[in-house]
Design a protein around this ligand. Structure first.
Ligand SMILES: [Fe+2]
Ligand SMILES: [Fe+2]
Length: 137
């Protein structure tokens, strides 16, 4: 399970709230995997997580454009690489047997869980003062 901590805060309420929702969805996915829930439940909650990731990235990217954030390109590249992984997963798991799909979900989820936390702590954290100085908070 991932726990929210101040170390993950970018001190911008709206973005912290989105990150908290992401962590909540991550924990829900983990719960369905560890409790061996029906694959459809895992699949649905995992799909909610990936679509919320899309939404969240687009919100951050909106601010990068709006404020002409100087680290925009490096940050965007991280988002894009991550989205490609999710897209590949979607392509590889259409019309496959459920056990295979579940294995793919578990593999991608383990990667995703670590990636999100590190991305928030190391990459998102870099925009904190830049965004706060421009009125977000
Ligand atoms: Fe983020
Ligand atoms: Fe980000």
């Amino acid at each position: 399970m991932v726990e929210w901590s101040d170390e993950l805060s970018v001190n911008i309420v709206s973005i912290d709230n989105q990150h908290k929702i992401l962590i909540g969805l991550i924990n829900e996915v983990e719960h369905t995997i560890t409790s061996k829930s029906n694959i459809n439940i895992t699949d649905n909650i995992f799909a909610s997580l990936t679509s919320y990731i899309d939404y969240h990235f687009s919100k951050e990217e909106y601010y990068f454009e709006l404020f002409d954030y100087p680290h925009k390109n490096e940050h965007l590249k991280e988002h894009v690489c991550f989205i490609i992984k999710i897209e590949n997963f979607k392509e590889n798991t259409t019309n496959v047997p459920t056990e295979i799909k579940l294995n793919e979900i578990v593999t991608l989820f383990e990667f995703l869980k670590k990636w999100i936390v590190e991305h928030i702590r190391d990459t998102d954290k870099k925009y904190e003062y830049f965004f706060i100085d421009r009125g977000l908070g």
